[in-house]
Ligand binder design. Structure first.
Ligand code: B4P
Length: 191
């Protein structure tokens, strides 16, 4: 199994690049943001709890997202590998993921971290908010709260994987195809 984490702040292009990478490499795409939005659309209890936090730009509790990822791993026993998008977002989630993969005698091959300036992140998310219908994109204050949450809780996840020399920084500004080419180059050298 080849398991990859696509990392970066909100709006850095994780979702955009994941779609292309999963097609090219045949990996199973696991986006905790997408899984949570699906719970919200189905109006489940978990979705309603998540929505109140997401609408404020805050992270959903670790137990909730770890539970979702654990189920998704079990539901895809024959996957050639997983692309984790938007997960892990805290050090506790990173440790939980390592444990879950160890149970499957697997591990993370690499974390590709998209580097984008804060100004560009806000611009992209405000623009997406004009059409996406996502309630966490249509208010600049919420967008900035998400970026602050990233600096406070998520940036440390890169330090966790750095201890194992698994982090590669990728320039996340430029055309979608240029960034895709940089990501593909790193994957091709490891697969
Ligand atoms: P996510 O769904 O993960 O969303 P995101 O970080 O906002 O987006 P992403 O980085 O994927 O951006 P995208 O490619 O779409 O999280 C939403 C919320 O869910 C979180 O705030 C949190 O509350 C909760 N959550 C999710 N996972 C969690 C976890 N593990 N733990 C706890 N809580 C969790 O790109 C953004 C925009 O940029 C798009 O419009 C795109 O078209 C544009 N774009 C992309 N690449 C571009 C480029 N190269 N140039 C110009 N524009 C570009």
């Amino acid at each position: 199994m080849f398991n990859l984490i696509l990392f970066g702040p909100p709006g850095s292009g994780k979702g955009t690049q994941s779609e292309k990478l999963t097609v090219k490499y045949g990996l199973k795409h696991l986006s905790t943001g997408d899984l949570l939005r699906s719970e919200i659309n189905r109006q489940t209890a978990l979705g309603m709890e998540a929505k109140s936090l997401m609408d404020k730009g805050q992270l959903v509790p670790d137990e909730v997202v770890v539970g979702m990822i654990s189920s998704a791993l079990d539901e895809n026993p024959r996957a050639m590998g997983f692309l984790f998008d938007g997960f892990p977002r805290t050090s506790a989630q990173a440790k939980a993921l390592d444990n879950l993969l160890e149970l499957k005698e697997s591990s993370i091959a690499v974390m590709l971290a998209l580097d984008v300036t804060e100004e560009e992140l806000v611009n992209r998310l405000v623009k997406r908010g004009e059409t996406s219908g996502r309630s966490d994109d249509n208010n600049e204050q919420v967008i900035r709260a998400r970026i602050t949450e990233y600096h406070n809780k998520t940036a440390a996840v890169a330090y966790y994987y750095e201890q194992f020399n698994k982090v590669v920084m990728i320039k996340g500004e430029g055309s979608i195809d240029e960034i895709f080419a940089s990501l593909s180059k790193e994957i091709d050298s490891r697969i």
